[in-house]
Each structure stands twice: as structure tokens, then as C-alpha cells.
Design a protein around this ligand. Structure first.
Ligand code: DX5
Ligand code: ZN
Length: 227
């Protein structure tokens, strides 16, 4: 597996042509496609359901990276795995049995990840670092694309990477999502992130393939394994 992962976020594609948005990401050399699932409770917006994940799964060969922004993710993980999720992210903030939910995901052979909102301390994921394949640090408040990157999250990204290294999870995929462009991705890579979700930045490009190549090269050069 490549060290650096670039994930276009389908939320920024033309909603009337989501299949085309998936094909465009694949043709441009993306590593995975990122799908945002919102429930109108955990975040103040609604987006895709399992049918959109199923559409992406049958449209492209790219892994489907599914970001559940749900108050009760444990009630829905099975439906998203049935739909073809390759990686399933749940948030650490809501009240549900996180450990049991991660175990259900892993038992199906699906990669599992925990997500932190910008204000949530890195320490919230530390007890789970032995049970996750990935951690996602939100670099905006989740709910909408097109927001500005929050640089105050950078120390948390480094703290998660250091904690993962200390607990022996050195292969942890550490992802960032929100306001990612060339400059902010490089800053995140220097703090230990190796996976980059970008919606507005990549989908607005005339040449997404060139954008992905540039992001991959710059973040690969900036990546710090021990921030
Ligand atoms: C925000 C979503 C993001 C969103 C990112 O709640 O989790 O995945 O699509 O969009 P940009 O890259 O435009 O900030
Ligand atoms: Zn997302």
C-alpha cells in the first residue's frame, strides 16, 4: 500500500452526476473515494445514504472510504458494509459503544477508523489505538464542504501520530479532512498525517490528475513519521 493516500470527497462533485464524479476521481489517480454520510443531528446537514455508497462501489474499483457523521453509527454500520464500504469511520464524540462498534466492523474484514472533531482532544482516541486501522482528524467542523482549514488542529494530528507510535501502531493511517489544499496538506503531513481528503480543492480543478500528482509529491516530501 502507498504511504500517501489522496481521497477526493464526492460531496464536492456535481450532485446530478455522482457516478461521473466517482469515475473522474478514479481516472485522476485517486487512491480511494471519500463519501460523507450526515444525519442532520450529529451535524447540521444531510447528505448521502447507503445507496450512494453502493453506486460508488459498482461504478469504480476505488476503495470506498465512508465517513459516518451520525449520532448513532452502531445502528447503520452493517448497512454501509453491505453497500461496499472498504473503510468505515465513526466519530468518537457521540454516546454509543465505540469498542463494540469497531469490533463489528473489523469482524467483517472492513477497515475501521475513529474520527475526532477539531475541539476533541487527541487523548480521546488513545484508548482505541490498538483497535483501529485509521484515525481521522477533522480540520473543519464537519457538515459542509468548502470551509477554511483550522490550523489549531495541527498539534492534535502530531499528538495522535506520537501516541500511535508509542503504542506500536506505527502503520496507522492518519487522515485529515476539511479545507485541504496543497499548502494545508503539506502542513498536516509535517505533523504526521499521511492521508488527505480534498473535496472543493480537487473537484474544482480543470486537471484533477495533475492536482493529485502534485499533492502526492508534496505531502510525501513533507511527511514526518515522528512529529
Ligand atoms: C465535511 C466533510 C468533508 C468535506 C470536505 O464535513 O467531512 O469530507 O467534503 O470538503 P472540503 O475539502 O471542500 O473542505
Ligand atoms: Zn468527510
Amino acid at each position: 500500500m502507498n504511504l500517501i493516500h489522496i481521497l477526493p470527497s464526492l460531496l464536492a462533485a456535481d450532485v446530478g452526476a455522482l457516478a461521473e464524479g466517482c469515475r473522474r476521481a478514479e481516472a485522476a489517480g485517486a487512491d480511494e473515494i471519500h463519501l460523507d454520510i450526515m444525519d442532520g443531528h450529529f451535524v447540521p446537514n444531510l447528505s448521502f445514504g447507503p445507496e450512494v455508497v453502493a453506486m460508488a462501489h459498482r461504478t469504480v474499483k476505488l476503495p470506498c472510504n465512508v465517513h459516518l457523521m451520525l449520532d448513532q453509527p452502531h445502528l447503520y454500520v452493517a448497512r454501509f458494509m453491505d453497500a461496499g464500504a472498504t473503510t468505515l469511520y465513526v466519530h468518537v464524540e457521540p454516546a454509543y459503544d465505540i469498542r463494540a462498534t469497531l469490533a463489528v466492523i473489523r469482524k467483517r474484514g472492513v477497515r475501521c477508523g475513529l474520527t475526532l472533531n477539531p475541539e476533541t482532544p487527541a487523548s480521546a482516541v488513545v484508548p482505541f489505538l490498538g483497535e483501529v486501522d485509521e484515525v481521522l482528524c477533522m480540520t473543519v467542523h464537519p457538515g459542509y464542504g468548502g470551509q477554511s482549514f483550522m490550523a489549531e488542529v495541527l498539534p492534535s494530528i502530531a499528538a495522535v501520530r506520537r501516541a500511535a507510535n508509542a503504542t506500536g501502531n506505527t502503520g496507522l493511517t492518519l487522515m485529515v479532512d476539511g479545507g485541504i489544499n496543497l499548502e494545508t496538506a503539506v502542513a498536516c503531513a509535517a505533523h504526521g498525517a499521511n492521508a488527505f481528503v480534498a473535496g472543493t480543492y480537487l473537484y474544482r480543478m480543470a486537471d484533477m490528475a495533475a492536482g493529485i500528482r502534485e499533492l502526492r509529491a508534496a505531502t510525501g516530501a513533507a511527511f514526518c513519521e515522528t512529529p
